[in-house]
Design a protein around this ligand. Structure first.
Ligand code: NAD
Length: 259
């Protein structure tokens, strides 16, 4: 038995319409899981689910705003009604907010970033954990960021939310490890998705490409990551190959945070 195989388990992925979450849906499908694709972008979620079905896999799509308790309860119910269990949960949906100094930061943007990135993670754990506790089995990966391990000037709400995700991850891991459930986090550095392009556009609207050149120039591997490179670590963390990995924060950044 290949320990990286997920043995027909059921994976719920938030933010699955594209980017890192979309790549994770495909990686879960390749590892033989059945997938519930969750996103606020209903069309994008359906595109990902269709792609999996076209590969011969099983997937459904469901629209949810992860910051809303009723939506989270609804995607958990949909997963259970369709597949009967939840073995893997990639708690990943996130938003970047705005780039700007803390002294001028818009309060409504702050509330939205914390609402999606931190409360959304809490709500996911709050409603998926009871399912996994009843099963006495499960693996969860929360998406933090390198900005969850060090500060990010001009991106304070985002950085604060991602620090919070690590606090939630470690607390949850301490609570449910004895119940057969592992909870870990991934901390990606710059990954080539819509979000990193949006951040570059806000940082330097006249020359967004200069932001990438700057970041790539300081990266030991000289490039941005591909979403699939995060997705593979997520599947590994959910698999039995990571059976003693719990409460960890896996940095996936080409070595940027190491220097
Ligand atoms: N791209 C990077 O460089 C990078 C680095 C570190 C961490 N991250 C984190 O990775 C995760 C995925 O980001 P990405 O880079 O793939 O960006 P992305 O914008 O491509 O994907 C984010 C997805 O989340 C969805 N989403 C946003 N708000 C939502 C909500 N309220 N409810 C449900 N779905 C919602 C979006 O529709 C989108 O499909 C985020 O948590 C992000 O903070 C990204």
């Amino acid at each position: 038995m290949n320990e990286m195989e997920l043995k027909d388990g059921v994976a719920v992925v938030t933010g699955g319409a594209g980017g890192i979450g979309g790549a994770a849906c495909l990686a879960f499908a390749k590892a033989a899981a059945r997938i519930v694709v969750v996103d606020i972008d209903a069309e994008g979620a359906e595109r990902t689910a269709s792609e999996i079905r076209a590969m011969g896999g099983q997937a459904i799509a469901t629209r949810a705003d992860v910051s809303q308790s009723a939506d989270v309860q609804a995607y958990v119910k949909r997963a259970l009604d369709t597949f009967g269990r939840i073995d893997y949960f990639f708690n990943n949906a996130g938003t970047e907010g705005r780039v700007g100094p803390l002294a001028e930061y818009d309060e409504a943007v702050w509330d939205r970033v914390i609402g999606v990135n931190l409360k959304g993670m809490f709500l996911g754990l709050r409603h998926v954990l009871p399912v996994m506790i009843a099963q006495k089995k499960g693996a969860i990966v929360n998406t933090s960021s390198v900005a969850g391990t060090v500060g990010a000037p001009n991106l304070s709400a985002y950085s604060a939310s991602k620090h919070g995700v690590l606090g939630l991850t470690r607390s949850a891991a301490g609570e449910v490890g004895k119940l057969g459930i592992r909870v870990n986090a991934v901390c990606p550095g710059p990954i080539e998705t819509r979000m990193i392009r949006s951040l570059a556009g806000m940082s330097n609207p006249e020359d967004p490409d200069s932001v990438k050149r700057f970041n790539v120039g300081r990266n030991p591997m000289g490039r941005y990551g591909d979403p699939a490179e995060v997705a593979r670590v997520v599947v590994f963390l959910c698999s039995d190959a990571a059976s003693y990995v719990n409460g960890a924060a896996w940095v996936i950044d080409g070595g940027r945070a190491a220097i």
